[in-house]
Design a protein around this ligand. Structure first.
Ligand code: AMP
Length: 408
């Protein structure tokens, strides 16, 4: 079965086509600048030169049609015709409390996703455009939705409630949802497999450290607590996001700087974090380079970033009354040995003992970076959210096909 994975944004659409017989990626690419002048489609097939096509793509239905044209292109394509796509999986940022797992799309599911627009105004409407665009281009093909929040629906109320009037939860569903769930789910399963230990016997702290960053306490395979909150602003310090701060700073800044609420919101999301403290970049590579060249502000940004991860690891070890596995994933987590070292240096009291040579090894594979004597396994696990979306979609579409056959 071939599964097309779609991640639709408001002006972009990323895709990966999987052959689920061997979980290989047949092709991948993205459409950028949808609705703007000179939209760009970039298409990649392993072993071939990247193809770039500039054209006018005004909305998502045309974007999907262009992607399908490319996938079936005489020269650059990998499929004979579009009937060779048997299912489509969509990444959806917010599933609220309605979705605890991935599901196949029907009218009811679409209605629920629409109801969640308020909670994710930047993301969910764009995902919906992707779903509608696929429906228009591939009528009758089963589509699944995989939610960034679903994995965290296992959290107990003591983890997900804020200590504010509970009427706000009852009326407006103000609570912690958590994000990067697809990634935390995927890497924790990979870790258990790598260690040859049952997932439901492990206490894992998973650190997804990319442009956005979150830590999750995974107890017996289920999310027990996570650092992102009602939105992806809470928790760790990130590339451009502040992470945790005293909420009283918001009204205080509005008064002192004569800013609007929107301006402060934008400051906390887009002009804070590594970028703001270093004054150099939101990209950890550039911050580390500047630090090594002697920049004090880069060093401070790096120290704050590592310190906050360390605090969450400690907090989550306490939350689970122990830790068996500490794992790092995503852009920074997978690639920055110096960051991993700094985080782990202050955690020896927990039984975390890094092997410096293993930590320096670069590889695209899951690997152990702790010393043999370390009580806690420290791993680097490359994340692959698209593959998890493809797997869930494949499972749901195959089950539907089986049920349909039995019903005939
Ligand atoms: P992601 O959001 O997972 O795609 O991660 C993107 C981030 O990973 C970039 O902003 C970089 O800061 C970071 N990154 C990628 N490669 C490296 C590296 N070699 N060292 C440090 N950070 C890196």
């Amino acid at each position: 079965m071939n599964v097309l994975v779609i991640n639709a944004g408001s002006s972009s659409l990323k895709y990966q086509l999987y052959d689920m017989n061997n979980e290989s990626v047949l092709a991948k690419g993205r459409v950028e600048r949808i609705g703007m002048e000179s939209s760009i489609l970039t298409h990649e097939v392993e072993g071939q030169a990247e193809v770039r096509e500039v054209s006018e793509i005004l909305e998502h239905t045309t974007a999907v049609r262009k992607v399908l044209d490319m996938l079936t292109h005489r020269k650059f394509g990998v499929l004979r015709n579009i009937e060779d796509i048997q299912a489509v999986g969509h990444r959806i940022v917010h599933g609220g409390e309605s979705f605890r797992e991935s599901v196949l799309i029907d009218d009811e599911v679409k209605l629920e996703i629409r109801k969640l627009f308020d909670l994710a105004p930047l993301h969910n409407p764009a995902h919906m455009m992707g779903i509608t665009a696929v429906e228009a281009n591939l009528p009758g093909v089963p589509q699944a939705v995989v939610f960034d929040t679903a994995f965290h629906q296992s959290m107990p109320p003591s983890s997900y409630l804020y200590a504010i009037p509970t009427v706000l939860y009852r009326k407006h569903k103000i609570r912690r949802y958590g994000f990067h769930g697809t990634s935390h789910d995927y890497v924790s399963k990979q870790a258990a497999e790598f260690l040859g230990r049952p997932l439901d016997s492990l206490k894992i702290v998973s650190c997804h450290i990319g442009n956005g960053a979150s830590c999750t306490a995974i107890l017996n395979g289920k999310s027990y607590d996570t650092s992102m909150g009602m939105t992806p602003l809470e928790g760790l310090m990130m590339g451009t996001r502040s992470g945790d701060l005293d909420p009283a700073i918001v009204p205080y800044t509005i008064n002192k700087e004569d800013l609007t609420l929107n301006e402060v919101n934008s400051m906390l999301n887009k002009h804070s974090g590594l970028m703001a403290v270093s004054g150099i970049s939101s990209d950890m590579r550039e911050v580390v380079q500047a630090m090594e060249e002697g920049s004090d502000s880069a060093r401070l940004a790096f120290e704050m970033y590592a310190y906050r991860i360390r605090k969450y690891v400690g907090a989550y070890a306490a939350a689970m009354n122990g830790i068996d596995v500490l794992l790092f994933t995503a852009g920074v987590g997978e690639n920055s040995a110096v960051l991993r070292k700094r985080v782990c240096e202050g955690l020896t009291f927990l039984g975390i003992d890094l092997d410096e040579n293993r930590n320096e090894v670069r590889s695209g594979e899951t690997r152990r970076i702790s010393a043999d004597r370390s009580r806690v396994e420290v791993l680097v696990v490359p994340t692959n959210e698209e593959l998890l979306i493809a797997r869930d979609t494949y499972r749901l579409a195959r089950n539907r096909a089986l049920t349909d056959t039995l019903g005939d």
